[in-house]
Write a protein that binds this ligand. Structure first.
Ligand code: TRP
Ligand code: SF4
Length: 328
C-alpha cells in the first residue's frame, strides 16, 4: 500500500481546455502527481445535470478532454485517469447518500442558487441538479480521499461532502475520512479581452489552437488601454499581453520589453508578435502530443479503460465496507 495521501478531483467535459484551465486546475494536478495518490476523472454525469436536454456532445467532449489532459502532462502511469459514468458504483453510493442528506443542506448551497439564476435559459428545477453536490460527495468519498484540489468556487461542495461523510459515519460507523479542501490558486491568465478566460466569453486560447490561430488571437488582444499611440509610453504592469510574457517569455526578453515599453521603444504590434511566438513554442509539445493522441483513438480508449478499471477496483473496496455498514 502506498503511503501517499489520496486526492480526488474532477472536471465537467464542457469543451476544449484553454490556457485558463491549464494554469489553474490542470497545472496544479500535474504538480501533485508525484506526491499524492491521484484520482482524476471526467464528470460526465455532472455535465448531464445542466445539459440533460442536449447530451449529444458529452461523450465526444469527454474523450477530447482526456486527450487534452494527457497532452498537458497528466500521466496515466502516475495517476488514475477515468470517466465517472464508467464507474457505476458512484451512482449506488449517490443513492445511499441521498437517503441521509437533508434537503435544506442542498437548498442552502450558494452555487445552487447562483447557477439557477445564471443559467436561466435552462430549466434546472430538477432533482438531479439539486442533488449535484451529493453525487460530487459520492465521487470523492468512494475513493476514501484525504483531499480534493479545487478552486474556491467548489469549496462549499467540499464542505458539504465533509458533512455528508460525517453524517454517514455517525449513523453507520466509520467508513469515510473527511476530505480536506486543497485550494487551487486561480489562473492569473486572463482572456484576450481581459475578462476571465472562458469558452462562453469567446476570449480563450485553447491548448490545441494551431499557431495561426494563436497569432490571430494574440493580435486582437487588448493591451494597456492608456497607450493610444505607439509614441506613448506604456505600462506593462497593467497590460495583459505582458502578463502572457511573464508566463511564456524568458526573463531577459521580458525585461527588455518591460523597459522598451515604458519608453515607447517598442510598439504593441511587435510586442504581441514576440509573445505569440513564445506562446506557440510553449504549446508546441502539448499540441504535438494532442495531435498524436487524436490520431490514435485506440491508445486513448486503452488508457481510459485502464483508468476506469483501476478506479472501479478501488470503489468496489469502499462499497463493500459501505454495504456492510448499512447492512444492505
Ligand atoms: N463540480 C465540479 C466542477 O464543476 C466537478 C466535480 C464533480 C468534482 N465531481 C467532483 C470536483 C469531485 C472535485 C471532486 O468543477
Ligand atoms: Fe503591452 Fe507590450 Fe504594448 Fe507594452 S508594448 S503596452 S507590454 S503590448
Amino acid at each position: 500500500m502506498s503511503e501517499k495521501k489520496r486526492i480526488v478531483s474532477g472536471m465537467r467535459p464542457t469543451g476544449a481546455l484553454h490556457l485558463g484551465n491549464l494554469h489553474g486546475a490542470l497545472a496544479n494536478w500535474i504538480n501533485m502527481q508525484d506526491d499524492y495518490d491521484c484520482f482524476f476523472f471526467i464528470a460526465d454525469w455532472h455535465a448531464l445535470t445542466s445539459d440533460y436536454e442536449d447530451p449529444g456532445n458529452i461523450a465526444r467532449f469527454t474523450e477530447n478532454m482526456m486527450i487534452d489532459w494527457l497532452g498537458a502532462g497528466l500521466d496515466p502511469e502516475k495517476s488514475t485517469l477515468f470517466v465517472q459514468s464508467a464507474v457505476v458504483s458512484h451512482a449506488e453510493l449517490f443513492l445511499l447518500l441521498s437517503m441521509i442528506t437533508p434537503v435544506p443542506w442542498l437548498e442552502r448551497n450558494p452555487t445552487y442558487k447562483e447557477q439557477i439564476e445564471a443559467l436561466d435559459n435552462k430549466d434546472l428545477s430538477t432533482f438531479g441538479f439539486l442533488g449535484y453536490p451529493v453525487l460530487q460527495a459520492a465521487d470523492i468519498i468512494i475513493y476514501r480521499a484525504n483531499g480534493v484540489p479545487v478552486g474556491i468556487d467548489q469549496a462549499p461542495h467540499i464542505e458539504l461532502t465533509r458533512e455528508i461523510a460525517r453524517r454517514f459515519n455517525h449513523l453507520y460507523g466509520h467508513v469515510f475520512p473527511e476530505p480536506e479542501t486543497i485550494l487551487t490558486e486561480t489562473s492569473k491568465i486572463l482572456g484576450t479581452d481581459r475578462r476571465k478566460m472562458s469558452k462562453s466569453y469567446n476570449n480563450a486560447i485553447y491548448l490545441s489552437d494551431p499557431p495561426e490561430e494563436i497569432r490571430k488571437k494574440t493580435a486582437q488582444m487588448i493591451t494597456d488601454p492608456q497607450r493610444v499611440r505607439k509614441s506613448d509610453p506604456g505600462d506593462p504592469d497593467v497590460c495583459n499581453v505582458f502578463t502572457f510574457h511573464r508566463f511564456y517569455s524568458p526573463a531577459v526578453e521580458r525585461e527588455e520589453i518591460n523597459a522598451a515599453c515604458r519608453k515607447a521603444a517598442i510598439g504593441c504590434v511587435d510586442c504581441k508578435k514576440k509573445m505569440a511566438e513564445r506562446l506557440v513554442g510553449y504549446l508546441a509539445p502539448i499540441r504535438e502530443r494532442i495531435g498524436h493522441l487524436r490520431q490514435d483513438t485506440n491508445l486513448v480508449r486503452d488508457i481510459i479503460d485502464r483508468g476506469n478499471r483501476r478506479a472501479a477496483e478501488e470503489a468496489a473496496i469502499t462499497m463493500q465496507r459501505v454495504r456492510d455498514a448499512v447492512k444492505i
